[in-house]
Design a protein around this ligand. Structure first.
Ligand SMILES: [Zn+2]
Length: 420
């Protein structure tokens, strides 16, 4: 079993030795005297649980910067047109670039919703990150497509039982405006039957929400609830446009709600995310970036800062979304949603950890580490990343980085050329 010993490293306002054995934190003590395979000096370093990005479309790194200054509907149509030309090689390298970027910004787990799941899984397996990959239903009203997708979903579920331990499978309903009702119910039942997460987009834009109210006589949240979909295994991205009743439903059903502030701002979808109301109602709130085509990066630290600033600004309340809660949103709440024993530095927890270099201007004077991290620093302060007990980024170097950059540049150029 491989071992990593972190010597005299700061975390939770203390300085300790932390021993990692295999993929878990084995011991935390004032002094651990063992011969470890790797020893890391904790001087000028802070240890944190790795961030958990609860809403990504990883391979969209290929279309970063392709559609700028564009409203959601127009943006979606353009992106869908380009995505229809993506092949397996593109999905694989796009996912690798996303994982590289996630390591460099301190993310150790992500929940993904995209096409060609086996290629994304291969990238996850090779790079050493932890992921939950959703097979996504997107049928519109095409029943032949729905039947084909159900078969693919079942096949993939069967195959997923042979995936590595770091990689889980889930089911996604793209949204209630892109999937027919019968398929939504089928996907939800399939997820419940097999104990899988059900991942979806809900109430991202005002127009989408208003259309449901006009056409179905109820909001998107009420519609999902009327179909019996919502529960503690549901992950609902966005939830920007919610009535008080919607908030109550999401809370009562203990839904995992993912706030993707940068994507929502960029596509002008809205920013009055009802964080404190959702929390009080009982929802589990997490953070996500969305795909790199809308949020441009996959940086949870940046998401933390923007989320906090926006809550404080639109509510006119500097106490809104305080730092300690923001830290939980970035990690522990995501771990709870994914049913993994991570998001904390405790004996027995998964060794999914990041090491922050505090020897820089942003961390001086050393008064409040978390405030410095969120409001003064940026993710270049993340020096090293341990995922599943393996040092996957050391002093900002990730294995295979140049190969990933070269391949994505080559494939993105090809994709855009063929999509013209
Ligand atoms: Zn999304």
């Amino acid at each position: 079993m491989s071992t990593i010993l972190l010597k005299q490293i700061s975390f939770n306002s203390q300085i300790k030795d932390v021993l990692i054995e295999g993929n878990k934190i084995a011991e935390i003590a004032d002094n651990i005297a063992v011969q470890a395979d790797i020893v890391i000096d904790g001087k000028d370093r802070q240890l944190l649980p790795g961030f958990i990005n609860m809403h990504t479309h990883a391979s969209m790194t290929l279309v970063r910067g392709v559609e700028e200054d564009c409203p959601l509907q127009e943006w979606l149509e353009q992106i869908w047109k380009i995505e229809s030309n993506m092949d397996e090689e593109m999905i694989y390298w796009g996912a690798k670039l996303a994982i590289l970027e996630m390591f460099q910004s301190g993310t150790t787990s992500f929940l993904d919703m995209y096409w060609m799941v086996p290629q994304v899984m291969q990238a996850v397996e090779e790079m050493g990150i932890r992921a939950n990959l959703s097979y996504v239903f997107l049928t519109h009203s095409d029943q032949a497509k729905a039947e084909r997708q159900k078969r693919e979903c079942m096949e993939l579920y069967r195959a997923s039982r042979n995936w590595c331990d770091r990689c889980d499978f889930s089911v996604a309903i793209h949204a209630d405006y892109t999937v027919d009702e019968k398929t939504m119910i089928w996907a939800s039942n399939f997820a419940k039957e097999h104990g899988l997460l059900l991942n979806t987009h809900i109430a991202e834009t005002q127009a989408e929400t208003q259309t449901d109210i006009t056409n179905r006589g109820m909001s998107p949240v009420k519609y999902y609830d009327s179909l019996g979909i919502l529960d503690e295994n549901t992950v609902a991205a966005h939830c920007v446009w919610l009535s008080d009743e919607d908030v109550e439903i999401l809370g009562k059903r203990k839904v995992n709600v993912v706030h993707n502030i940068n994507s929502n701002l960029k596509l002008s979808s809205g920013y009055k995310f009802k964080y404190s109301e959702l929390k009080a109602a009982g929802a589990n709130i997490c953070l996500g970036t969305d795909g790199a085509a809308s949020s441009n990066n996959l940086d949870i630290l940046e998401t933390m800062k923007t989320s906090s600033l926006l809550q404080k600004a639109w509510r006119g309340d500097p106490k809104a979304l305080p730092i300690d809660e923001l830290m939980d949103l970035s990690s522990l709440n995501g771990a709870n949603a994914l049913n993994i024993n991570a998001g904390k530095i405790e004996k027995g927890a998964l060794a999914d950890l990041i090491i922050v270099d505090t020897r820089s201007a942003a961390f001086v004077p050393n008064v409040d580490f978390e405030a410095d991290l969120i409001f003064a620093a940026n993710s270049s302060c993340i020096d090293s990343v341990i995922c599943d007990g393996v040092l996957v980024m050391e002093h900002r170097r990730v294995k295979g980085e140049d190969e990933i950059l070269d391949n994505v540049n080559r494939l993105a150029e090809k994709l855009l050329r063929t999509s013209k």
